[in-house]
Ligand binder design. Structure first.
Ligand SMILES: Nc1ncnc2c1ncn2[C@@H]1O[C@H](COP(=O)(O)OP(=O)(O)OP(=O)(O)O)[C@@H](O)[C@H]1O
Length: 246
């Protein structure tokens, strides 16, 4: 992203925002409430038009329709609530991207969907259940199976551990890292979760003052003198997360 500007009428959310995401990394995007994390994600995904600047993905400018099509094909998204179709079973949810984007025989699609359900650590029997019949953690995994259905290069995660208990959150972190390693994913993750940041993120981008106020490994954030960054990483939760990892 270069010089990105987004606004709602007079209200400017991002101004002169530059951000690079490196291939293969897990990048955490953090920032206070209202700092524009969701608007940034929605802008990258094409759900909101930028008001200025440029976003390039896979070497193409997203202003180009072909680039948007390519992003849709090569990126998976896990929204905060999982965004699963409630009337479909889990396996039907995982099959949905195949039906939308590729033409393959139904039996083959089913086999691929089963494979993805296994990859995210769900029992095969979960495939026949509807989202409402799963626990929160299982629903996130089902959403993840759908997000990786088409073997994406880029994975967007919106608060993946929100609403999970600490054990469930830690095992979801491990899943994200294992999938990144196994599938060579690049992960763009909005999160507030300091445990996740310390456990699996390669770099952190801090949204503040309408732009990326700092970006780098978590150790660099600990040395920052930006007030919000100091409070976030230097507070009791930050210290506890750091101690857990050491
Ligand atoms: N559809 C909209 N219309 C008008 N303003 C909006 C709209 N969506 C977001 N905003 C504003 O844009 C700013 C950034 O919102 P955003 O949801 O991206 O913040 P966030 O960093 O994701 O916050 P949180 O951590 O609380 O989810 C906020 O001031 C919000 O009020």
């Amino acid at each position: 992203m270069r010089g990105l500007r987004t606004a709602f009428g007079e209200h400017v959310v991002h101004e002169d925002l530059d951000l690079d995401v490196c291939r293969g990394e897990i990048l955490a995007v953090v920032g206070g409430s209202g700092s524009g994390k969701s608007v940034l994600l929605n802008t990258i995904l094409g759900l909101k038009e930028p008001d200025g600047g440029a976003i390039e993905v896979f070497g193409r400018d997203l202003a180009d329709e072909k680039a948007r099509d390519e992003l849709e094909r090569r990126a998976g998204v896990l929204f905060q609530n999982g965004a699963l179709y409630s009337t479909l079973t889990v396996i039907e949810n995982v099959e949905a991207p195949f039906l939308e984007h590729v033409r393959l025989p139904p039996d083959f699609v089913r086999d691929l969907a089963r494979l993805k359900i296994g990859l995210v650590g769900l029992e095969a029997s979960a495939g026949d259940k509807r989202p409402a019949d799963l626990s929160g953690g299982m629903r996130k995994r089902a959403g993840m199976a759908r997000a990786i259905a088409l073997d994406p290069d880029l994975l967007f995660l919106d608060e993946p551990t929100a609403g999970l208990d600490p054990v469930g959150a830690a095992s979801f972190d491990t899943l994200v890292r294992d999938l990144r390693d196994a599938m060579g994913l690049t992960v763009f993750m909005i999160t507030h979760d300091l445990d996740t940041i310390y456990a699996i993120c390669d770099r952190v981008a801090v949204l503040a003052d309408r732009h990326v106020a700092a970006i780098g490994p978590v150790a660099e954030m600990e040395r920052s003198d930006h007030p919000w960054i100091r409070e976030f990483f230097g507070g009791p939760r930050g210290r506890a997360a750091r101690e857990k990892q050491s």
